[in-house]
Design a protein around this ligand. Structure first.
Ligand SMILES: [Zn+2]
Length: 465
């Protein structure tokens, strides 16, 4: 049929799904720029991710695995997703470790030479045993590396070892700085016990200079004596180091009342929008629901969880029907056991599913820059072709790198993993400390992360990987 002349230009536009750029190159993002604009308008128009984060942190507070608050978080996030009328919302049961901080955590430099005792700001590291009731009183020896510790010989016996190597402030990537220092926190007690120490104090994993200690996981070995381990604020660490130079014989009394209880039941929480064409192909977007117990886990990782729910919420609001299934997963127990991520990977329900991509947001609710991926080079190049679609959101950086802890058990089986890459300069100011509260989260930055995650989910759902 001949079209009336007036309709020709419109008909031509409808028949050409991709626009040709001036260079003659196919613009594969033509369809997704409009979607990006809609996601941005809807997301910034509602700021729903922040409203969700406010609800989570207010109703649940800190969400350490096995706590009553973590149970509440399971119920709250399930209800959040049920409100969206998704195709399916459910829990997958797991068991989790239960470590309880206890009410006593104190470190005091005992007075000498007419000086009064000096309190240091400390907190037990996650998983630490308690000290005896009256504390452990001992001389302190400061080291900056395991190598330095290993050559101390008898000098370490009976002492409190004080690990005081700071995160390297000269690095651009704060996660790299963290990675360069965190062995002191994770393995300090184990290495200290091997040379005869009675306890360890570890400089907090932060670049901020303040009086707030930062907790985090630490590990023991069955064959090595367990000794108590505590984080010391950065100001406390600097003070203790200075006092040791003035008086190498000073003593510290460390008192911790932490305990480990038997494992308890818990759950991962899941919700999904089924794909219209290939429902068996699944894209996961998620974060971890548990948090350390000092703040309310607003950045780590309430942000990632609420962004994952917001992805599904944005799909619903815009009426987006993905060709492949998009599933939000709130993983439990990332911080001290990774039981949720491990259980998800081996759950019998996975047998009939085909995951094509795993996306995690666990670097704080800061302004997104793009994604890092552990996918192989073929997948990386294919996915990177979509980077220009993210330019208008200022998040077009696609780079090699890690993806996320919770998705790593599945990613290690060859499924491409992606981590939301964000501006990280402030993350470790808050990480694992009483500072990690919602007032440190910027609503626009948090929402923009959700918008960017939604766009990646949609592109991969329509195009495959
Ligand atoms: Zn985290």
């Amino acid at each position: 049929m001949r079209l009336p002349r007036i309709a020709y230009p419109l008909a031509w536009l409808m028949l050409v799904p991709v626009v040709l750029r001036a260079s003659g190159e196919t613009d594969r993002c033509a369809n997704y720029r409009e979607i990006a604009a809609q996601l941005r308008a809807s997301g910034f128009g509602s700021m729903n991710a922040y409203a969700l984060l406010d609800e989570l942190t207010r109703r649940c507070g800190p969400r350490l695995s096995g706590s009553a608050n973590a149970d509440t978080a399971v119920a709250v996030t399930q209800a959040m997703m049920e409100r969206l009328h998704l195709d399916r919302v459910w829990r997958e049961r797991i068991t989790v470790p239960r470590w309880v901080r206890g009410s006593v955590e104190k470190a005091v430099v005992l007075g000498s030479n007419n000086r009064p005792p000096t309190s240091l700001s400390v907190c037990a590291l996650g998983g630490s045993i308690a000290t005896p009731h009256g504390g452990i009183t001992a001389r302190v020896i400061e080291v900056h590396s395991f190598k330095e510790l290993s050559v101390l010989g008898e000098a370490a016996i009976g002492k409190i070892v004080f690990f005081n190597r700071p995160m390297d402030p000269t690095l651009m990537d704060t996660f790299e700085a963290y990675g360069g220092a965190v062995e002191q926190r994770y393995s300090g007690a184990l290495q200290g016990a091997r040379v005869g120490a009675v306890a360890v104090l570890v400089r907090s994993m932060t670049l901020a200079l303040d009086d707030v200690p930062h907790t985090g996981s630490m590990g023991y070995a069955d064959t090595v004596k367990k000794i108590p381990a505590a984080a010391l604020s950065t100001k406390g660490a600097n003070l203790l180091s200075k006092m040791l130079k003035e008086n190498p014989g000073l003593k510290v009394r460390l008192t911790l009342s932490a305990q480990t209880l038997p494992d308890v039941p818990s759950a991962n929480v899941l919700g999904e929008i089924r794909g219209t064409e290939k429902p068996e192909e699944v894209i996961v977007v998620g974060g971890h629901l548990d948090s350390w117990d000092k703040g309310t886990g607003a950045h780590d990782d309430g942000s990632g969880c609420m962004q994952a729910i917001e992805v599904l919420s944005l799909f619903r609001k815009l009426g987006l029907r993905p060709k492949r299934t998009v599933r939000a997963v709130m993983f439990m127990n990332e911080e001290n056991g990774m039981r949720g991520g491990k259980a998800y990977a081996i759950d019998p329900a996975r047998g009939s599913e085909n995951h094509i991509a795993l996306i995690e947001s666990d670097r704080g609710g800061f302004a997104p820059r793009g994604f890092t991926t552990d996918a192989d080079s073929t997948v990386f190049e294919r996915v990177r072709q979509w980077a220009p679609c993210f330019e208008a959101l200022k998040a077009a950086s696609f780079a090699r790198g890690g993806s996320g802890a919770d998705i790593s058990p599945l990613a290690s089986k060859g499924i491409p993993g992606f981590g939301l890459d964000v501006e990280t300069q402030r993350y470790f100011d808050y990480h694992h400390s009483a500072n990690d509260t919602i007032d440190k989260v910027n609503p626009r930055e948090l929402e923009l992360g959700a918008i960017v995650l939604a766009l990646l989910c949609y592109v991969l759902a329509q195009e495959g990987v």
